[in-house]
Write a protein that binds this ligand. Structure first.
Ligand SMILES: [Zn+2]
Length: 145
């Protein structure tokens, strides 16, 4: 039996050789697919019309087709460029989100955003009304800490 699985694995590896396989964009497409499934479940419950479920079926099918096309594609150069474009879009958002989560968890400081240059300034909480000088551009920020 283990010989069977070994042969399966070798066959899979040979089949996938020179193909794109899994990259970050494909993982994102998979997440999108699962999210669409959940969303469909909720929306169809609220709006039980054939058109609504038809739109969702179309979107789900399109997502799966793009996903499979990208997994088995042999045009690695093009798939790599797509993935890079996706990461260019995604990574700044991911960083902004984790920075936001960090600020939310930080109970000891309050964060102000400089209106002139967008820099974030951190001050200890509980100091009352204060005026901060932006360390980047020297602009004044007023706020309650
Ligand atoms: Zn500033």
């Amino acid at each position: 039996m283990s010989n069977f699985f070994y042969k399966m694995r070798c066959g899979m590896e040979r089949f996938m050789y020179g193909r794109n396989g899994t990259d970050q964009l494909n993982i994102a497409l998979l997440v999108l697919y699962v999210a669409l499934c959940l969303l469909q479940w909720i929306v169809v419950m609220l709006l039980p019309y054939p058109l609504v479920s038809g739109i969702f079926s179309g979107l789900l099918l399109a997502t799966v087709l793009v996903l499979f096309f990208r997994i088995f594609s042999r045009n690695l150069e093009k798939r790599r460029r797509e993935n890079a474009r996706f990461l260019n879009w995604y990574q700044p958002r991911q960083h902004a989100f984790s920075a936001w989560r960090f600020r939310m968890r930080d109970r000891d400081h309050k964060y102000f955003k400089c209106r002139a240059c967008g820099a974030r300034c951190r001050v200890p909480r509980g100091k009352g009304r204060i005026e901060i000088t932006c360390p980047r551009c020297g602009g004044k920020i007023q706020g309650k800490s």
